[in-house]
Design a protein around this ligand. Structure first.
Ligand code: FO1
Length: 325
């Protein structure tokens, strides 16, 4: 059986940990968002890729959900020396984005390999192998695509209409500023990776990740939505919105700010053209009829992956839902 998972960061990683308990890891291809990628200190950082690899490599810091366990922060501490001397306007020594000492090795490696001309997929293969991850981890494209956030109002991050990078929005301003629009710079010329794996997949799972900034960039790549709608019967999505709220991150506010309903029904409306099935949490059971009226099958179960057993049960439900259609 071949399964493709469309993935963002933490929610997807937890789902994948469950999936690995029920099918051979080698049969899973994970197509990961790279719109969150950033360059800090001249280093190429791919947060969602690293979250997925560190989680599947049993090395993630479980509390934070990103970065490595047993981490130390001496390089970040030393950086403070330079924040007082950098000239106005310089982006040197950014101290708001935390890079642990052990984590730095991954960014050193990725950056060095990029400078040698290796493409993102090949580098990701190498990093996954280093962490003994046997799922195929695939960056959504080899080209640079950057998620950019347009501010809805004057705020600490800038004036209404100004654009900031995703990591500034997410980390520097702790996703506390209102959003007017999201764009994916570079998306028109970017070529999707692993499109043929989607076409040939027995099942495609859209992980419980932010539909706008995690799954959105993958879907925005040329041909991805068309491929998914062709195999819609084999596509199942898991709602990242539970009881109207995001389990982690700003998905709930972002959905409302951008004109969607922050509910599992809102998620269903966004996915109904590409997924035949939506999995929602027990607390949202009352939304099942409305979701089914959109022409989707709706499965109600526990989607809060607080331990690996629940992740495995959720993965089982996702695959079973497609089989019993
Ligand atoms: N998230 C934070 O909230 N604060 C950080 O300082 C931070 C640093 C960081 C470094 C490397 C990395 O791979 C991820 C990091 N993240 C951090 C997580 C990341 O910003 C987000 O979780 C994702 O981009 C959203 O999916």
């Amino acid at each position: 059986m071949s399964v493709v998972v469309l993935a963002g960061g933490v929610g997807a990683a937890r789902f994948l940990r469950g999936l690995a308990q029920i099918i051979e890891p080698e049969s899973t291809t994970v197509l990961v968002n790279t719109g969150d990628d950033a360059v800090m200190h001249g280093l190429n950082i791919s947060p969602d890729i690293d979250t997925v690899i560190y989680t599947l490599g049993n090395a993630i810091d479980a509390q934070r959900g990103w970065g490595l366990s047993n981490e130390s922060w001496r390089a970040m501490e030393s950086l403070q020396k330079y924040t007082n001397v950098r000239p106005n306007g310089s982006i040197a020594a950014p101290d708001w984005f935390n890079l642990g000492d052990r984590d730095l090795a991954t960014h050193f490696y990725r950056t060095a390999r990029r400078s040698e001309g290796a493409d993102a997929w090949q580098i990701t293969r190498e990093i996954a192998a280093a962490w003994s991850v046997s799922q195929q981890i695939v960056p959504m494209t080899n080209q640079d695509v950057l998620t950019v956030v347009e501010l809805a109002e004057d705020c600490v991050a800038g004036n209404a209409g100004e654009k900031i990078s995703f990591q500034e929005y997410f980390v520097k301003y702790k996703h506390s500023v209102a959003v007017r629009s999201i764009s994916f710079v570079g998306i028109e010329s970017a070529k999707p990776n692993a499109l043929s794996q989607i076409d040939d997949a027995d099942a495609v799972v859209i992980a419980p990740s932010n539909p706008i900034v995690s799954i959105g960039p993958i879907r925005a790549l040329a041909g991805v939505d068309a491929s998914l709608s062709k195999i819609r019967d084999r596509v199942v999505a898991i709602s990242p919105i539970v009881g109207g709220h995001a389990i982690k991150g700003p998905a709930d506010r972002m959905l409302s700010e951008l004109g969607h309903e922050s509910s599992a029904l809102g998620v269903a409306r966004m996915y109904s053209s590409i997924a035949s099935t939506l999995i929602i949490d027990d607390v949202d059971a009352n939304l099942k009829p409305a979701i089914e009226s959109l022409g989707m099958k709706c499965v109600v179960t526990n989607t809060i992956m607080s331990d690996p057993k629940i992740s495995a049960a959720l993965a089982q439900s996702a695959l079973a839902a497609l089989k019993t259609k």
